[in-house]
Design a protein around this ligand. Structure first.
Ligand code: GDP
Ligand code: IMO
Ligand code: MG
Length: 427
C-alpha cells in the first residue's frame, strides 16, 4: 500500500494524530496536505504528550521523512516554535521539509481573521487560515519558494501583497504594514527555514516511483470541507482524500488506500449543523474537566467541544466522498461505563424519513432517529484485538459498519500509541 491517505470522517478531532503516530513506523514519508496551525493533532508516545499544529504527526519516527505540503497555509513563527519544542523533547526534526509552493501565512492574515470573526460568528480558530486561503485565490500571497528570491524580487512581491492587504486592514480601521517590516520578517524566516524548502512535485514523484510508503495526513474532516461541509461554518480548504492528489501534483489513481478516522461518538468545535448534539448526561460526562489530554477540549483553542452521539448518516456521507478502504474508530474506551449507547441511524426531515444527506439549511432542521444498544460495562483499555473486545462492544462496531458501509480495522481503546485493537486476521 505505498500511498495511503488518512482523513477525518466527522467534524475533526477524531484521533488522526494518534493514528498517524501509530502507522508511522511503516512509513517512509508523511505529508500534511492541507490546513494550517488551526490543527491540533494529539500524539502521546514515549517522547511525551504533543499537540501538533503544523508538523506532520510522523515526526517522531527516525526513519520517516516529513513534508509540509503544497496545500497548506503555514505560519513560519508557529512552525519554528513547534520545532523548538520538539527539539527540546529530544525529537530530531532535521528530516522535515516544506513545499516551496505552500502558502506563507502572514501576521495580517491572523489580524484580519480576528477582525472578521467579530462579525461572522463562524467560530474560527483565529489563526488566519481563511484569510490566507482567500488571498491565495486572489494571488496576493507569498509562497515559501519566494523566500529564496533576490531582494529586489521579494520586495516586489511584498509590495504587490501589501497594496491589497493594507486596503483591507484600513477598511477595518487597523494599521497598515510596511514593506520594510515585512522584508525583515521574511528574511528572518529565510534564514531559519530556507534549507528545508523543496520543489514538491518531483520530491513526491520520486517517492512514488520508488514505491516507498507514503502517508498523507489530513487535517479536520469532510464536514468542515469548504465545498462539501456545513458552509459557512467550515474551514477554507478541502480536508478530503482526493485533495492529497490535487495538492500533491500526482494522479488520484496513485492512491492505494484511504483510511478514515472516526470517533466512537461525535464532537465539533465552532458553529454549524450538528444533528446529534446532545445534553444527555452520559454524553456530557465524556468531556471531562480538561486535566487529561484526551478530555474534550479543543487541542488548538482550548474551547469546550460540542458533543453528541455517533451519527451514522454523517460517516456514510463522508464515506461517499472519501471512499474509505477502512475506518479507525477511536475512543471506544470512553463509552466503557455507559449502560446504554445511542446511535443515530437516520434523519427525519420535516417529520419524514430521508435516505440522503440534505443540504445545509435542511441539515439544521433534521431530527435524528436513534437506536439504543446495550453498553459493555467493562474496560477495553488492555484489549489489543477487535475479536477480544466485549461482545456488546463488538456489536456496536458491527452496527456502525452496517450503517455507514465501512469496515473498521482499528479500534482506539486509549490515547497512547499502543492503545489500539486490530483484527487478528489483518495482523
Ligand atoms: P485529531 O485532530 O483528529 O488528531 O484529534 P485530537 O488530537 O484533536 O483529538 C483527539 C483526542 O482523543 C486527543 O485528546 C487524543 O489523545 C484522544 N484519543 C485519540 N484516540 C483515542 C482513544 O482511542 N481513546 C482515548 N481515550 N483517547 C483517544
Ligand atoms: P483538527 O485538525 C476541530 C473549525 C473551527 C471553525 C472552522 C473554521 O485538529 O481536526 P478555521 O480556523 O479553520 O478557519 O475555522 O473549523 N476547526 C477545527 N475544529 N479541529 C480542528 O482541527 C479544527 N480546525 C478548524 O472551530 O468552526
Ligand atoms: Mg484536533
Amino acid at each position: 500500500m505505498p500511498v495511503t491517505v488518512l482523513v477525518g470522517s466527522q467534524w475533526g478531532d477524531e484521533g488522526k494524530g494518534k493514528m498517524i503516530d501509530y502507522l508511522s513506523p511503516k512509513m517512509d514519508l508523511i505529508v500534511r496536505f492541507q490546513g494550517g496551525d488551526n490543527a491540533g493533532h494529539t500524539v502521546i508516545n514515549d517522547k511525551g504528550v504533543f499537540k501538533l499544529h503544523l508538523v506532520p504527526s510522523g515526526i517522531f519516527e527516525e526513519n520517516c521523512t516529513s513534508l509540509i505540503g503544497t496545500g497548506t497555509a503555514v505560519n513560519p513563527d508557529v512552525l519554528l516554535e513547534e520545532l523548538k519544542q520538539l527539539n527540546e523533547h529530544g525529537v530530531d526534526t532535521d528530516r522535515l521539509f516544506i513545499s516551496g509552493r505552500a502558502q506563507i501565512l502572514m501576521p495580517y492574515h491572523r489580524e484580519l481573521d480576528a477582525l472578521m470573526e467579530e462579525h461572522s460568528g463562524i467560530g474560527t480558530t483565529k489563526r488566519g487560515i481563511g484569510l490566507c486561503y482567500a488571498h491565495k485565490m486572489l494571488r496576493k500571497n507569498l509562497r515559501f519558494a519566494d523566500l529564496n528570491d533576490s531582494e529586489e524580487d521579494l520586495r516586489a512581491k511584498i509590495r504587490r501583497a501589501l497594496e491589497y492587504v493594507n486596503l483591507e486592514l484600513t477598511a477595518y480601521g487597523a494599521k497598515p504594514y510596511t514593506e520594510d517590516e515585512m522584508y525583515e520578517l521574511l528574511s528572518g524566516w529565510k534564514k531559519a527555514l530556507g534549507d528545508r524548502i523543496v520543489e514538491p512535485v518531483n520530491f513526491l514523484h520520486n517517492y512514488i516511483k520508488e514505491e516507498k510508503n507514503i502517508l498523507f495526513e489530513g487535517q479536520l474532516a469532510a464536514m468542515k470541507d469548504i465545498d462539501l461541509g456545513i458552509y459557512p461554518y467550515v474551514t477554507s480548504s478541502n480536508p478530503v482524500a482526493a485533495y492529497a492528489a490535487v495538492s500533491g501534483g500526482f494522479p488520484a489513481k496513485e492512491i492505494d488506500r484511504v483510511l478514515g478516522v472516526a470517533k466512537a461518538f461525535s464532537s465539533a468545535v465552532g458553529g454549524g449543523a450538528f444533528p446529534t448534539e446532545s445534553e444527555d448526561e452520559e454524553i456530557q460526562i465524556l468531556r471531562g474537566d480538561g486535566d487529561k489530554p484526551d478530555d474534550e477540549f479543543g487541542a488548538r483553542t482550548g474551547r469546550s467541544r460540542r458533543l453528541g452521539w455517533f451519527d451514522a448518516p454523517i460517516v456514510k456521507y463522508t464515506n461517499m466522498i472519501n471512499g474509505y478502504d477502512s475506518l479507525a474508530l477511536c475512543k471506544i474506551d470512553k463509552l466503557d461505563d455507559l449502560d446504554e449507547i445511542k446511535i443515530c441511524t437516520g434523519y427525519l426531515l420535516d417529520g419524514e424519513p430521508i435516505d440522503y444527506m440534505p443540504g445545509n439549511n435542511a441539515l439544521e432542521r433534521v431530527e435524528p432517529v436513534y437506536e439504543v444498544l446495550p453498553g459493555w460495562k467493562s474496560s477495553t483499555r488492555d484489549v489489543r484485538y477487535i475479536e477480544d473486545l466485549p461482545e456488546n462492544a463488538q456489536n456496536y462496531i458491527k452496527r456502525i459498519e452496517e450503517l455507514t458501509g465501512t469496515t473498521i480495522d482499528y479500534v482506539g481503546v486509549g490515547p497512547g500509541r499502543d492503545e489500539i485493537a486490530i483484527r487478528k486476521t489483518k495482523e
